[in-house]
Design a protein around this ligand. Structure first.
Ligand code: 5GP
Length: 193
């Protein structure tokens, strides 16, 4: 997605060799028109897949995912990263290790919002090692639904996430694929949409 690549080049900053900061348009401040374009692009790439639900992980996945759900005209379900007392009943949980936070969290799905037979488009902001996507996919499958595709805003193509997910049979749709990044350079590999 050209518009997204241009924005990453303009405003993205490599924190180190592994972590890309896009806090001005995706993670802290959200550029809503850009997210609307992201949602349209993901929805367009998944339009033949019979998607019945979009699922994302709080919090940075929500902006692109809500736009994708709107473009597909299906509900959006948010997986939480912590348990609270009001989340106790009717939940599925799995532990996910966050490489950026260097800590594990309990990814939590409220079961009644993903139905057996649902065809899910899983949307997240970043793909790095594939831990978050694998955890989310596990919960979606435990709920009796299937993961029709995994839609990613920014994939770090130099990390193993895509290969891990594809090896497990998932279809990955990334709008921007960062092949290489350093202090003054960000290079892209060919994106999926
Ligand atoms: P994975 O589970 O694929 O290793 O990492 C994906 C998750 O970690 C995403 O949900 C995202 O929140 C976070 N993440 C991974 N790499 C980056 C990065 O370079 N920048 C930001 N802002 N988040 C990242």
């Amino acid at each position: 997605m050209k518009q997204l690549e241009e924005r990453i080049l303009r405003d993205g900053r490599a924190l180190n060799a592994d972590v890309l900061l896009v806090d001005s348009f995706l993670n802290n401040q959200v550029d809503a028109p850009l997210m609307a374009a992201v949602g349209k692009a993901l929805a367009g790439a998944a339009k033949e897949l019979g998607i019945t639900r979009v699922v994302t992980i709080e919090s940075s996945g929500i902006a692109p995912a809500v736009m994708t759900a709107m473009a597909l005209d299906v509900p959006l379900v948010i997986l939480k990263k912590s348990t609270s007392r009001i989340l106790k009943d009717d939940v599925l949980q799995t532990e996910v290790f966050s490489f950026t936070k260097n800590a594990a969290y309990q990814l939590t799905l409220k079961k009644r919002f993903v139905l057996p037979g649902d065809r899910v488009l899983l949307v997240d902001d970043f793909l790095a090692r594939g831990e978050a996507a694998q955890g989310a996919s596990k919960l979606i499958k435990q709920a009796g639904a299937s993961v029709a595709a995994i839609g990613i805003v920014i994939e770090k193509a130099f990390q193993p996430g895509r290969a891990v997910l594809m090896q497990k049979g998932y279809r990955v749709i990334s709008l921007a694929r960062v092949a290489k990044m350093g202090e003054d350079c960000i290079e892209f590999a060919e994106a999926d949409a």
